[in-house]
Design a protein around this ligand. Structure first.
Ligand SMILES: *Cc1c(COP(=O)(O)O)cnc(C)c1O
Length: 391
C-alpha cells in the first residue's frame, strides 16, 4: 500500500512543510514548529502531574529550543555544550537536569559554576566526582531497565545500575553531603511495550521503601523518554501510554506525597515535526538477471539517517511517482562506505517506475536526524534545516 502522508501528519502541517520543500534543492530537513507546540501541550495534558525536561539531543536546533523555552519546558542536557546553548537563549540553570552518567570532572565543575544543581549518576566514581565538583547538589540514580527487545532503539545496557547498587549509591550520596532525591530510568527509545514502565516503576518502589527505612525520603522519579512517534510499525497512542503509566504510578506510589515526576520526551515530542527530503541519484542492478534494484539517494546513514543502522527505525517513505509499489529495491545513501545501506532486509516499498531525480520524502524525521550528521564525511555537508509554522 502506498504511504499516505496524512496518516503521519495533520493536513495543515503537511501542507506548510510541502510548500517549503518545493523551494529548496535536496537534501534538507523541514521542521514544523507548530507540530512540536501541539505535541508539548498534548504531553502536558496527558501527564498533568509531571514536569517535562526536553532532552536537547533529540533536536538541538535553536528554534526548537526557543519554542520549548517559551512554552515553559525544562531541559535534560547531555553535555556542557547543550547547557551553554540553553544559557545562550536565556534558560536559567534551575530548569536543567544534567542527565548524562558520563561526565568529566571539569565539566561537572563548569556546570555547577553556571548554576546547575540537578545531576544523574549510576556509579561510585561519578558520584564521588559530583561530591567534589558539585557539592550539595541534588542527585538521582539511574537504574537499568528491561524492554530492550521491544524498543526500536534500546538504551538499556550502557546506562543504569542494578536496584541494589542504586540503594548503595543513594546511601553514599548522603554520606558525601549530596542530596539524594530519587531514581531515573529510560525504558528504551520508541518503546512499544508499555509494560516496560511498570517493571521500572516497581523497582523505584523497592528503592524508595529501602531508603525510607534508612530515613532518607526520596521524592523524585525521572521516567526518561521512550514514548513513541509514528513510524511504519504501529504503536498505541500517547493517551493509552499515559493512562497505563499513570495507573502503574498510582498502584505503586499512592500514599507518597509529594512526589516529583519528570518526563523526558524526545522522539515523541519532535519526530513528527520533521520531513527529510531526498532525491534519487542513481538506480542500478548488480547482475544481468538480478531481481534486486539499488536505489541510491542523496542522503544516507551519515547525513541524517543513522537510526536506520541495523534497520532499527523504519521510516515511512513517500514518493509522488504514480503507479504500483515494488519491494525489489535496496535503498542506500551516497557515500563510499558500505555501512551506508539504509534498508536491505526490510524492503521499504518504492514506486516501481521511480527514476533518477525523483524525490523520496522521509516522514517522521524530526528527531535524531540533522544533529546526527557527520560534519563532512565524503565531503557531503550536514543537512540543511528549514523551519516552518502553519500561519
Ligand atoms: C535520549 C534520552 C531521552 C529521550 O528519549 P526518547 O526516547 O527520544 O524520548 C530522555 N532521557 C535521557 C536520559 C536520554 O538519554
Amino acid at each position: 500500500m502506498k504511504c499516505n502522508p496524512f496518516e503521519y501528519y495533520e493536513a495543515t502541517d503537511w501542507q506548510a512543510m510541502y510548500i517549503e520543500a518545493e523551494k529548496h534543492e535536496t537534501p534538507f530537513l523541514v521542521i514544523n514548529l507548530d507540530t512540536i507546540r501541539r505535541n508539548y501541550i498534548k504531553m502536558k495534558e496527558c501527564f498533568p502531574y509531571a514536569s517535562v525536561y526536553y532532552p536537547v539531543k533529540a533536536n538541538p536546533a535553536l528554534p526548537v529550543l526557543e519554542l520549548l523555552r517559551d512554552l515553559g519546558s525544562c531541559f535534560d542536557i547531555a553535555s556542557i555544550y547543550e547547557m551553554d546553548a540553553l544559557l545562550g537563549i536565556g534558560v536559567s540553570p534551575d530548569r536543567m537536569s544534567y542527565g548524562n552518567i558520563i561526565k568529566k570532572i571539569s565539566h561537572i565543575e563548569y556546570a555547577y559554576e553556571k548554576g546547575v544543581r540537578l545531576f544523574v549518576s549510576d556509579s561510585e566514581a561519578d558520584l564521588r566526582n559530583l561530591a567534589l565538583a558539585a557539592p550539595e547538589s541534588r542527585v538521582f540514580i539511574r537504574i537499568s531497565s528491561e524492554g530492550a527487545d521491544t524498543a526500536d532503539w534500546p538504551l538499556s545496557r550502557k546506562f543504569g545500575c542494578h536496584p541494589d547498587m542504586a540503594i548503595d549509591l543513594l546511601l553514599l550520596a548522603q554520606k558525601l553531603h549530596l542530596k539524594p532525591c530519587g531514581v531515573s530510568f529510560h525504558v528504551g527509545s520508541q518503546q512499544r511495550d508499555i509494560g516496560a514502565w511498570d517493571s521500572s516503576i516497581a523497582k523505584a518502589r523497592y528503592i524508595f521503601n529501602y531508603l525510607k527505612d534508612a530515613s532518607i525520603p526520596l521524592t523524585l522519579i525521572n521516567m526518561g523518554g521512550g514514548l513513541p512517534a509514528r513510524y511504519i510499525n504501529k504503536t498505541c497512542d500517547i493517551d493509552v501510554y499515559a493512562q497505563e503509566i499513570t495507573r502503574y504510578l498510582r498502584e505503586d506510589f499512592s500514599e507518597e506525597s509529594p512526589l516529583e515526576i519528570i518526563m523526558e520526551p524526545g522522539r515523541s515530542l519532535v519526530a513528527g515535526s520533521g520531513l527529510l527530503v531526498t532525491e534519487v541519484v542513481l538506480i542500478s542492478q548488480k547482475s544481468r538477471v538480478g531481481v534486486d534494484r539499488w536505489v541510491y539517494l542523496d542522503t544516507g546513514t551519515f547525513n541524517g539517517l543513522i537510526e536506520t543502522i541495523g534497520e532499527s527505525l523504519k521510516y515511512p517513505l513517500y514518493c509522488e511517482t504514480k503507479g504500483p509499489l515494488s519491494d525489489s529495491f535496496i535503498i542506500a545513501g551516497p557515500t563510499c562506505d558500505s555501512q551506508d545501506i539504509l534498508y536491505e532486509n526490510f524492503r521499504n516499498p518504492l514506486p516501481q517506475n521511480i527514476s533518477i531525480g525523483s524525490r523520496v520524502y522521509w516522514l517522521t524525521t524530526g528527531a535524531y536526524t540533522a544533529s546526527y550528521c557527520s560534519v563532512g564525511f565524503n565531503g557531503f555537508p550536514p543537512l540543511q534545516t528549514y523551519f516552518v509554522t502553519n500561519s
